[in-house]
Design a binder for this molecule. Structure first.
Ligand code: ADP
Ligand code: ZN
Length: 213
């Protein structure tokens, strides 16, 4: 199964990708996670990406395309993969299509998580993530049992530097401008399915599972 999760920042792509990865035992590839790890380790890639990320802007296409090309040829991807946060522009989608075609592969499904704007802003502003395992929590809808501590692994929780109000609004605008056109791109190819992203994460996950199996 080769799956793309589409949807605006805060729509729950990361959470759903984690759940899918566990249930179907196929790797999730999150360009956001890869880039954040590079920034943390202060690698050459991290230095190139940090500035755009902090501002809530997109990292240049050729950088993320390069990352994905390297990642999807790794052996664990032979069973398929879940893309979370990629592609985010038409150019990225075209390059992905080209790369997969050269490997005689194709995307099976693009799941578009639909959530309205007000809800997105609330979710992002209250969100925190585990430094250690990547589990996600929310102040009101899904608080950790102990403040600042991950329920899953006891790791430390942190708020992403780009989850502040100004940057959140900018990320939504960029999504609408650069990424939303991908819906048409995949609709034309008969691969797009929309899924209601409101409600609890378990409910959304069960709808998503019905869709992919
Ligand atoms: P979000 O919650 O905004 O969906 P992500 O974790 O997917 O966050 O991405 C965080 C940041 O990493 C983005 O704002 C952007 O700067 C960068 N990024 C991630 N994926 C891509 C991509 N496919 N193309 C360009 N930039 C990306
Ligand atoms: Zn954790």
């Amino acid at each position: 199964m080769r799956l793309i999760l589409l949807g605006p920042p805060g729509s729950g792509k990361g959470t759903q990708a984690n759940l899918l990865q566990e249930k179907f035992e196929i790797p999730k590839i999150s360009t956001g996670d890869i880039l954040r790890a590079a920034v943390k380790d202060n690698t050459e890639l991290g230095k190139q990406a940090k500035n755009s990320m902090d501002k809530g802007e997109l990292v240049p296409d050729d950088i993320v395309i390069g990352l994905i090309k390297e990642r999807i040829v790794e052996p664990d991807c032979s069973v398929g993969f879940i893309l979370d946060g990629f592609p985010r522009t038409i150019v990225q989608a075209e390059k992905l299509e080209e790369t997969l075609a050269a490997m005689e592969q194709d995307i099976d499904l693009v799941a578009d998580l639909v959530v309205d704007r007000d809800e997105l802003l609330i979710r992002l502003a209250g969100r925190s993530t585990c430094k250690n395992c990547g589990a996600m929590f929310h102040q009101t809808s899904h608080p950790p049992k102990v403040e600042g501590v991950c329920d899953e692994c006891g790791g430390e929780l942190y708020q992403r530097p780009d989850d502040n109000e100004e940057t959140i609004v900018k990320r939504q605008d960029i999504y609408n401008r650069e990424t939303a056109p991908l819906k048409d791109f995949y609709r034309k190819r008969g691969k797009l399915k929309s899924i209601q992203g409101r409600g609890g994460m378990d409910e959304i996950f069960s709808n998503l599972c019905k869709m992919v199996t």
